[in-house]
Design a protein around this ligand. Structure first.
Ligand SMILES: *Cc1c(COP(=O)(O)O)cnc(C)c1O
Length: 426
């Protein structure tokens, strides 16, 4: 399968049925697995043989789908998690512990920002935030001797900033630590961060990968390129024996290609248990089978809507990386080959009252907090997700009261523009 092109991998990677086996991925709806002897099962617990014993750690349906996502990203191993939040937490906590420090882009999803700056801080893990377009010098200045990972989002949700992945990767590697990239918005169809130097890639599969608003989920992919043993003193969890696993040293036993995901499964999934249900993995795979067909339409609709809004006299500003006027246009061309996703944000002239009237008039676009769905949806943060904030706080956070975030779905772009036209007649 590795020789096939991305479009083919979306449809067929991860699962190849043998003679007479089901064509579609089987949903193994079983918490447990049966063995003939205790010795057989003992080998699984010792990680001497691969196989399944309990769905809190691993399930065949999940593994088929994780293998597809790993193939799409160009990685060597992958795993599914119950949510994107779990994927980002596991990817960081797999190499960080109390006393560690993370360098992260400041322009990231709000849930991840809280995870890193509040919850992980309570665990004794510190963070320094830097701008997504930070220079090499600014990045280098953020590192400490206890830095263990660098984190960023290819296209940030919802700020739509585009990360300079190569610059981030260079700084991470100069300090002997991996770069973890959340690639949720572009998906591997529009960007494969590993090709630009990222070591670990994460996803909220809840978004475009599922694409139909059906199942919450996450994924982690390892590039298999980071040499843990070359920086053994920084990553003792991977390079010294794990007492909770009969003294296995993951980086020795599973090499660069397998150590990260094996540890995250055998240790972190075992202890924290944020597994994706096999049923959700099946739904996710249905989404993946058409990801390469859907993403270009999301981008086409996003670009058309952004261009329309930019020319409208009731619109103060439009933020979409595919617009020539956008600060990240050239970075987006380099890494995404265009706008990269279907999410556009814009600010209406007239502030809060204008946004309220506009939202009330929408007919086709639904009001939702979700993004990256087949159906177009809009959100006015000031009256929903950020309604506890004052006008001054909203402006300081770069979310003025008149801002609307629009996630362009797969409908006809002419209908989306007609809906905007009539909604703007407030
Ligand atoms: C939604 C989202 C997450 C969190 O994912 P959940 O599946 O909602 O837990 C993480 N990162 C990005 C970029 C997201 O858009």
């Amino acid at each position: 399968m590795s020789d096939y092109r991305l479009n083919t991998k979306c449809v067929q990677a991860g699962y190849t049925p043998s003679n007479g086996e089901p064509r579609q991925i089987p949903i193994i709806q079983s918490t447990t697995f049966k063995y003939d002897t205790s010795e057989d099962m003992g080998k699984l617990f010792d990680l001497e043989a691969s196989g399944y014993f309990y769905t809190r750690l691993q399930n065949p349906t999940n593994d088929y789908v994780a293998a597809k996502i790993a193939a799409l990203e160009g990685g060597t191993a992958g795993m599914l998690t119950s949510s994107g939040q779990a994927a980002n937490f596991y990817s960081l906590f797999n190499i960080c512990e109390c006393g560690s420090h993370i360098v992260s882009s400041s322009s990231i999803y709000g849930g991840t920002f809280n995870l890193i700056s509040v919850t992980m801080k309570k665990m004794g893990i510190d963070v320094t935030f830097v701008a997504p377009d930070a220079s090499e010098e600014e990045l280098n200045a953020a590192f400490r001797e206890n830095t263990r990972a660098v984190f960023g989002e290819t296209i940030a949700n919802p700020a739509l900033t585009v990360l300079d992945i190569e610059t981030y990767a260079k700084a991470a590697h100069a300090h002997g630590v991996p770069l973890i990239i959340d690639n949720t918005f572009p998906t591997p169809v529009n960007c494969r961060p590993i090709e630009w130097g990222a070591d670990i890639v994460t996803h909220s599969t809840t978004k475009y990968m599922d694409g139909h608003g059906a199942a919450v989920g996450g994924a982690i992919v390892d590039s298999g390129k980071f040499d843990w043993m070359a920086h053994a003193d920084l990553f003792p969890g991977l390079t010294t024996p794990d007492d909770s696993y009969h003294g296995i040293t993951y980086a020795e036993k599973f090499g660069k290609e397998g150590a990260f995901i094996t540890k995250a499964t055998a240790q972190i999934m075992r202890d924290l248990g944020s597994i994706q249900s096999p049923q959700n993995a099946f739904l996710l795979n249905l989404g993946l089978e058409s990801l390469h067909v859907r993403m270009p339409r999301h981008v086409e609709n996003g670009q058309a809507v952004a261009e329309f809004l930019e020319g409208h006299d009731k619109v103060e500003s439009v933020n979409y990386p595919g617009l020539k006027s956008n600060k990240y246009y050239s970075v987006a061309q380099k890494y995404l080959g265009g706008g990269g996703c279907g999410v556009v944000s814009f600010v209406l002239k007239g502030g809060r009252p204008a946004a309220e009237s506009f939202m009330k008039r929408l007919k086709l676009a639904a009001i939702e907090t979700h993004v990256a769905d087949a159906r177009t949806c809009c959100l006015n943060p000031a009256t929903s997700t950020h309604r506890q904030m004052t006008e001054e706080q909203l402006n300081a956070a770069g979310i003025p009261a008149g801002m609307v975030r629009m996630s362009c779905g797969l409908e006809d772009k002419a209908d989306l523009i007609d809906d905007l036209k009539q909604a703007l007649e407030f």
